[in-house]
Write a protein that binds this ligand. Structure first.
Ligand code: ZN
Length: 153
């Protein structure tokens, strides 16, 4: 049983399905996977550990996908299923579009594949809503101080 705290940053981390870890690791990282343990996802921006168990850790460089919570560039995906980046969310919000409602519609229709496409292994909507809320609040830095809360659902 893995501890719930990231061994690197000490922050609490959510459990993540083994299929998510397998889908996200690079070939080189997958070659050293020990699959008989519970894995957790660290969503902390200040830490480059993505997955950990009681036996091993995998870092940003071990993951095929860019990890939104840990990528400060602004053009990393937020919604990995339907291709929304932070930049495209901000642009859409500026045009009065509600990407969160569009995504919710796709989720209702059963189109999402978060467990295989999103490194956090869970629905992106919390992160999408947090980005949009920060746009509405007029934060100069949309990633802002609340960013470290992303990935906790
Ligand atoms: Zn961490």
């Amino acid at each position: 049983m893995a501890s719930s705290a990231c061994p690197e940053c000490g922050r609490p981390a959510r459990r993540v399905a083994l299929r998510t870890v397998k889908a996200m690791l690079t070939g080189l990282a997958l070659r050293r996977l020990r699959p008989h343990d519970d894995f957790r996802f660290c969503g902390s921006a200040e830490c480059d550990v993505v997955y950990f168990s009681s036996e091993q850790t995998f870092r940003v460089t071990d993951v095929r996908e860019r990890v939104f919570q840990k990528d400060p560039s602004g053009d990393a995906p937020v919604c990995y299923c339907f291709d929304w980046t932070q930049a495209s969310l901000v642009a859409a919000a500026g045009r009065g579009i509600r990407p969160d409602e569009e995504i919710e519609g796709h989720v209702r229709e059963g189109r999402c594949a978060c467990d295989l496409r999103n490194p956090q292994g869970a629905c992106c909507l919390g992160n999408v809503k947090a980005v949009l809320a920060q746009v509405r609040e007029g934060s100069s830095d949309p990633r802002g101080p609340a960013r470290r809360e992303f990935g906790r659902i």
